[in-house]
Design a protein around this ligand. Structure first.
Ligand SMILES: Cc1cc2nc3c(=O)[nH]c(=O)nc-3n(C[C@H](O)[C@H](O)[C@H](O)COP(=O)(O)OP(=O)(O)OC[C@H]3O[C@@H](n4cnc5c(N)ncnc54)[C@H](O)[C@@H]3O)c2cc1C
Length: 416
């Protein structure tokens, strides 16, 4: 519909899972849409994640149990969390708000809000991935969280918490784990299988398939660097490296880069980056993994991908663009090799940044001081899961229709 048209109803900034989803959902409503990214769709955070479509990730990192773990984390040696003291000194406000959100009273409202977002998103993913012709990429084999120690109490506590919100899981002992994943080594004593969770073999390629589906429905994907956004009457001018686009609505879906573009408009968004790494390895074809496994005590994930085995690390709290520090991923590699046999590393170690607001809820809604400016970012550890419903909600709001889940908790006005 809009081939290289410089006037469009909606321009979406960023072609990660959130931006591509918003673009497709808006296009479904018959509006003209351009999505802009300096890279190919799905090449940044939405490329390097673990590809889990997690029905059960309704409890963010900052929950009451975090406070009990702080003494371990303060040593800065735990695989789950490394942090930069210099970053911490510059961001005491973000840390204080992040910790304040861990209070027990904050658990239920956030879990309910995230459950609504996740459920809506899981439905969309399962529908879109088929429509996009990428149905072979989704695996309905669940996600296994596993403990090496005989920590049945921890697994049971996780299960009880999920059950309270209607999320199904199965407790497994050592034999049941071996039956489920016959090719892993017998290192785990206890497991919790998230049965309603799915995963994909290449999150980046799923985003690319959604982008092709969007283009096939008449949308335009425009490769360009976004320089700035400027109010223009009721609409916007978006200045690009190779020109400009005028649009009535702008959707900011720039993941960990989202706050940069909003600063010149006077918005100081408290967006931090929980960085993470992955390394991918040649698979051993006779030792095939069937699903992602989360090593509970060592805070890493190992998942089968299109071309091999991907190991992802825990959280590194530091500046988005600080130099890489491979300590966390180096530390877990031998532990992952103790779970499943795989070959040498393929390609460079990847680094990405989970975009996180202090309450670990994304911003989904309109900016407070500008008309027709929509914010869709901050999807933290579960952005690949929650991208589609984040986009769908934005599309509904642009069209003046009710979103498919309760968006009140995600209102940008809580921070800006
Ligand atoms: C190690 C790790 C593991 C993870 N595992 C999972 C998982 O298993 N399941 C899950 O649900 N989530 C997971 N996540 C989280 C998930 O990857 C993110 O929340 C999600 O990808 C964020 O998507 P996004 O579209 O907001 O951002 P992005 O994918 O980063 O997209 C933003 C886009 O904006 C573009 N951009 C930025 N600035 C500009 C500019 N000035 N001009 C042009 N383009 C620009 C970028 O090129 C990029 O394509 C994981 C994250 C990490 C780091």
């Amino acid at each position: 519909m809009t081939m290289n048209n410089n006037n469009t109803d909606v321009i979406v900034l960023g072609a990660g899972i959130v931006g591509v989803s918003a673009a497709y959902a808006v296009r479904q409503r018959g509006l003209s849409v351009v999505v802009v990214d300096r890279r190919e769709p799905g090449s940044e955070t939405s490329y390097g994640n673990a590809g889990i479509l997690s029905s059960g990730s309704i409890f963010p990192l900052n929950q009451p149990s975090l406070l009990g773990k702080l003494p371990q984390y303060l040593t800065n040696r735990h695989a789950a969390l490394r942090w930069s003291p210099a970053w911490a000194l510059r961001n005491p406000g973000w840390i204080a708000r992040f910790l304040a959100s861990s209070a027990a009273s904050q658990t239920r409202p956030r879990a309910l809000a995230l459950r609504g977002l996740i459920n809506a998103s899981m439905k969309l993913h399962r529908d879109w991935i088929e429509r996009a012709g990428a149905g072979e990429r989704i695996r309905e084999t669940g996600w296994l969280k596993a403990w090496r120690s005989d920590n049945l109490a921890a697994a049971k506590a996780d299960q009880d918490a999920l059950t309270e919100y209607g999320i199904k899981s199965e407790l497994l002992d050592r034999q049941a784990i071996s039956a489920l994943e016959p090719n892993i080594l017998p290192v785990y004593s206890v497991g919790l299988l998230h049965t309603q969770t799915a995963s994909v073999d290449s999150p980046g390629n799923v985003v690319k398939a959604y982008a092709r589906m969007f283009a096939g429905s008449g949308g335009e994907v425009r490769p360009a660097e976004i320089k700035s956004i400027v109010p223009d009457g009721d609409g916007w001018r978006v200045l690009l490296s190779d020109g400009e686009v005028r649009a009535r609505h702008v959707v900011v879906a720039l993941g960990p880069w989202s706050s940069d573009l909003l600063r010149p408009l006077g918005y100081r968004v408290p967006l931090a980056t929980e960085r993470g790494y992955h390394r991918e390895y040649k698979p051993n074809p006779s030792r095939k993994l069937l699903r992602p496994i989360h090593d509970a005590e060592n805070a890493f994930l190992v998942t089968p991908t299109e071309n091999g085995v991907r190991v992802t690390s825990g959280v590194e709290l530091t500046d988005r663009d600080a130099p890489s520090n491979y300590a966390q991923i180096d530390a877990v590699e031998p532990l992952a090799r103790g779970v499943v046999e795989f070959g040498e590393a393929v390609g460079e170690t990847w680094r990405g940044a989970r975009p996180t607001l202090p309450d670990s809820l994304p911003m989904i809604g309109h900016a407070t001081r500008h008309r027709n400016l929509w914010l869709a970012f901050g999807n933290q550890h579960i952005g690949f899961t929650t991208g589609p419903a984040t986009g769908e909600a934005i599309a509904a709001m642009i069209a003046g229709a009710p979103p498919p889940f309760d968006v009140a908790a995600f209102a940008p006005s809580r921070y800006i």
